[in-house]
Ligand binder design. Structure first.
Ligand code: 4NP
Length: 140
């Protein structure tokens, strides 16, 4: 799960996907990262932590990291939140196989960046949750 800062959207995506995978007894390795490095080592944004907690998902122990080329080897699917993330991650892909792993979580739609708009955290949770449910349905 990849966004720009790895403190708002992708931590929610990691937490929600893990929660849903656990519910369905899917033994998946799920992680998140940011294309940017400003917040590396920090926990998620408090607004994301709060909205997740209110919906029964604990993301408080996640630690921000930057997306790395080795992630193309480590993971089968790389789900990004918006088209900027898509372009940034694709630019790092070493080959066609790596490029094929990268998809927008919402298909052709974007998860908006809530960083500068407190009101977006709630709708972002819903969008990400729907995207994760659709992804699981698609895979299984
Ligand atoms: P995210 O949100 O990509 O959903 O984690 C952002 C967090 C921080 C910044 C931008 C977006 N930033 O510019 O620091």
């Amino acid at each position: 799960m990849v966004c720009l800062g790895n403190i708002c959207r992708s931590p929610l995506a990691e937490g929600i996907m893990q929660h849903l995978a656990d519910e369905q007894h899917l033994d998946w390795q799920i992680d998140s990262a940011g294309t940017g490095n400003w917040h590396v080592g920090q926990g998620p944004d408090r607004r994301s932590t709060r909205v997740a907690r209110e919906r029964g998902v604990d993301i408080s122990k996640q630690v921000c990291r930057q997306f790395n080329v080795s992630d193309f080897d480590e993971f089968d699917h790389i789900l990004v939140m918006d088209k900027n993330n898509l372009a940034d991650v694709l630019a790092l892909a070493p080959n066609v196989q790596a490029k094929q792993k990268v998809k927008l979580l919402l298909g052709d739609k974007e998860v908006p960046d809530p960083y500068f708009d407190d009101k977006l955290f709630e709708p972002v949770f819903d969008l990400v949750e729907n995207g994760c449910k659709e992804f699981i349905k698609h895979i299984i």
